[in-house]
Design a protein around this ligand. Structure first.
Ligand code: BGC
Length: 422
């Protein structure tokens, strides 16, 4: 699969570099020529990869790059500053490397920073990127409320900012938001529980559930929680679902920094106080994989019935959680293909750098094969409604890991367990 990707990437690189390097006149020809190279590379690859989705996904990336290359002005000579929150939460490593690869593939210079989940560090990192005269900032905020001042500086320096994955609040310096449909992530988790427990036809049955949500500093966290809660609340109101701890508000169930240990400690306390021998915990609804991991650890150490694990939800497809899914300890994860999130960010970024004001049309003109909606209503950062490109998440269980994660090329099997290819 590595070979497959390198072939395709080679195609994309040739294409992108040609488009970034040429003058307006020559770039069309270069793009056309490169397009053929890319197409050739992609079709060789497609043949090699037979009918796997990897080929489709990769061809999509190639096609997306091709469309942009043909239609946009050059990205070459441009510097892109990427500010990621931390390496300690697994997915951001993938985001960083996909974004870096995409923008470099367009001939852009890239500065990529990780801020160790420290707000002050992220402010400093962004200040440095501004001082280094980047032409575009892509920022996944640690704390959505803490970047207003530094982004004012970016605005004064005319540096456009894309809010990546997490909405940055209280600033008019951001032009766009690229993310997944965060509310739907939570909704999918809630619907999974609804279906697994057969809640629609539960009659007089009762099930115990506990919620674990994300970091209050992350605007996404309430979207995830609300999405799940909106599906499950009617059953809580009816008494079909019972929260023994009584902790039913976002603030009560939130997890500072999305930290595994914090989630574990809280669940250990809950199990100790509300789930004595004989009281069954049927569901641990966790907003993401880092919290699900902590909750699973708490259940393994402190729950009386280790033979019958509760339904445990997650999000991201972190390797440890996929291993737990294979081993029957976690029930599902909501997967968000960050490779596609990076492609969307690239095409948006290149359009902005080319002086365009992208809107819904970008989805078609970029030729993305993955689903994406353009939403100008849902994400209000308290200064304005931020135009958003929202990709679509997928439910992954033991039954479709191979199809959704391995056949697509995002992971490869390493013995019994999937390992991310990035
Ligand atoms: C992301 C999730 C991630 C969480 C913790 C959220 O903003 O959308 O994918 O699990 O942060 O890193």
């Amino acid at each position: 699969m590595r070979k497959v990707w390198s072939l395709i990437l080679a195609g994309v690189m040739v294409l992108s570099l040609a488009a970034c390097g040429g003058s307006a006149g020559s770039s069309t020809t270069a793009a056309a020529a490169a397009s053929t190279t890319a197409a050739a590379a992609a079709s060789t690859t497609a043949a090699a990869a037979a009918t796997t989705k990897a080929a489709a996904a990769a061809t999509t990336a190639a096609a997306a790059a091709a469309t942009t290359a043909a239609s946009s002005t050059s990205g070459s000579g441009k510097k892109v500053g990427i500010s990621m929150p931390t390496k300690s939460l697994e997915r951001w490593n993938r985001d960083g490397s996909y974004l870096e690869e995409q923008f470099k593939g367009k001939g852009c210079e890239v500065e990529l920073t990780y801020s160790d989940n420290k707000i002050d560090q992220q402010v400093k990192d962004i200040e440095n990127l501004i001082a280094d005269k980047v032409n575009l900032l892509v920022v996944a905020a640690i704390d959505g409320e803490s970047l207003s001042n530094v982004l004012d500086t970016a605005k004064e320096a005319n540096i456009p900012v894309i809010s990546y994955d997490r909405l940055i609040m209280n600033t008019d310096a951001i032009s766009y938001y690229v993310s997944f449909d965060n509310y739907t992530v939570g909704k999918l988790q809630g619907q999974f529980v609804e279906e697994k427990l057969g809640l629609k036809d539960a009659g007089d049955k009762k099930f115990n559930i506990e919620f674990t949500a994300g970091d209050p500093a992350d605007n996404n966290a309430t979207f995830f929680f609300n999405g799940a809660m909106d599906v499950l609340k009617p059953y809580i109101d009816k008494g079909t679902l019972v929260i023994q701890s009584g902790q039913n508000t976002f603030q009560q169930v939130a997890t500072a920094s999305w930290d595994t240990k914090n989630a574990m400690n809280r669940m250990q306390n809950i199990l100790g106080s509300y789930y004595p021998n004989g009281t069954k915990l049927d569901v641990a609804l966790c907003s993401n994989d880092s919290t699900a991991l902590g909750v699973t650890q708490a259940i393994e150490s402190d729950y009386w019935d280790k033979e019958n694990m509760p339904i445990i939800t997650g999000q991201d497809g972190d390797e440890a959680n996929l291993a737990n899914i294979i081993d029957g300890k976690q029930s599902m994860t909501v997967y968000k293909a960050v490779a596609n999130e990076a492609v969307a960010t690239l095409d948006l970024g290149i359009a902005i750098l080319g002086g365009q004001k992208p809107n819904a049309d970008l989805i078609k003109s970029a030729g993305w094969k993955f689903d994406c909606t353009y939403d100008t209503e849902s994400y209000d950062n308290k200064k304005a409604k931020i135009p958003s490109y929202l990709l679509v998440p997928t439910v992954v269980t033991k039954d479709n890991i191979q199809k959704e994660l391995v056949d697509t090329g995002y992971y490869k099997m390493d013995g019994k367990y999937p390992k991310a290819t990035k």
